[in-house]
Design a protein around this ligand. Structure first.
Ligand SMILES: [Zn+2]
Length: 342
């Protein structure tokens, strides 16, 4: 029996062209406005789709070309949040950030990313994935002056996300991924309402659903945090048993160059495992052998049919050359390991 190839995908962002936004930077500001900005975003999406196809990636994303920030761009399209009023708040229990303020009931007046999803759908026949922020991470990126309860605000976001996800699903998106880095921090809340609100966000969606939980982009605050976590990072141990009981289909996690014990994957029986095999904290491009070795270790704790090769987090902070080289290494590593298995 011949073994099929391990599918490859990325967890989210790719670098933006220099003419669209400040490049190789987290949350780089747009360089254009109005109609020009809209056209440029679509052009950028065409480039990143082409780059992924060129590299041989099997599940294609928009590389988050139409958003400045993985959380707040979605929120900008909702009413109830005042972006002019800002507060300094400790986020992820780790660093202070200037965040917008919830001042009224959250309402999604119209779809946010559906046109982007339709364009992505038109650019490839391969399966496509679209990312949305998760309810808990949204709550943890805002100052709430209205609901006065993280849980209540999360339930409201879950309803709004669900409306968006249903439309993305109808637009032909195969996988909808929710980004929940906050799940690695607030374990009591994950148990009390984090999983429930995430499931609410995915209610009645035809597409497959995924959740991405990482240790963040390679910024200083995250690097310092990781250095404080000791020899073994066991954060996933709190969350995975709960996720395994949920209806979420796929879990995207950080593996390469992290101190996550691989055996924690066995807590996710029956789920697709999107193994992070590309480090987003270093410009050094992985070799296919290094990628294959991570997949090999992961396979000890899951079935081949559930194994996917992915990135630890988004690649937005890299130059396009480095990001493309990393995409290529991901595909070559997955192919190398598939070949060895067959
Ligand atoms: Zn991430």
């Amino acid at each position: 029996m011949s073994i099929k190839k391990i599918p490859t995908t990325i967890s989210g962002s790719l670098p933006k062209p220099f003419w669209l936004a400040e490049s190789a930077k987290l949350w780089g500001k747009w360089k254009l406005k109005g109609k020009e900005l809209e056209l440029a975003k679509f052009d950028a999406m065409k480039i990143v789709v082409s780059d992924q196809l060129q590299a041989g990636i099997s599940i294609i994303t928009d590389g988050e070309q139409t958003r400045e920030h993985f959380v707040t761009t979605f929120i900008e399209h909702l009413s109830g949040v005042d972006f002019k009023k800002r507060k300094i708040m400790r986020i992820r229990d780790r660093y202070d950030a200037s965040v917008p303020v919830v001042t009224n009931k959250i309402v999604r007046k119209k779809s946010v990313f559906v046109n982007d999803a339709k364009l992505l759908r038109s650019l490839t026949k391969l399966p496509i994935k679209f990312t949305l922020p998760g309810p808990m991470t949204m709550v943890d990126t805002l100052y709430d002056d209205y609901y006065k309860s993280r849980e209540k605000l999360a339930w409201r976001f879950a309803e709004v996300l669900n409306d968006e996800a249903k439309e993305l699903s109808k637009a032909g998106v195969d996988i909808i991924q929710f980004d929940e880095p906050a799940f690695n921090v607030f374990f009591d809340e994950v148990k009390d309402w984090g999983i429930d609100t995430l499931e609410r966000a995915t209610k009645n969606i035809i597409s497959k659903t995924a959740v991405h939980i990482c240790y963040g982009y390679g910024i200083e605050a995250n690097i310092n945090w990781k250095n404080s976590l000791g020899k073994e990072w066991r954060q996933y141990e709190n969350v995975f048993p709960l996720l395994s009981k949920s209806k979420i289909n796929q879990i995207s996690l950080e593996c390469i160059n992290s101190k996550v014990p691989m055996e924690l994957i066995s807590l996710l029986k029956g789920k697709d495992i999107l193994v992070g095999a590309i480090d987003v904290g270093t410009n050094k491009v992985e070799t296919p052998r290094e990628v294959a070795n991570v997949l090999k270790k992961a396979l000890k704790y899951t079935n081949f049919k559930h194994l996917y090769a992915s990135t630890n987090c988004g690649l937005v902070t890299f130059s396009r050359e480095v990001a493309n080289a990393k995409l290529k290494a991901l595909v070559e590593g997955a192919n190398l390991f598939s070949k060895e298995l067959s």
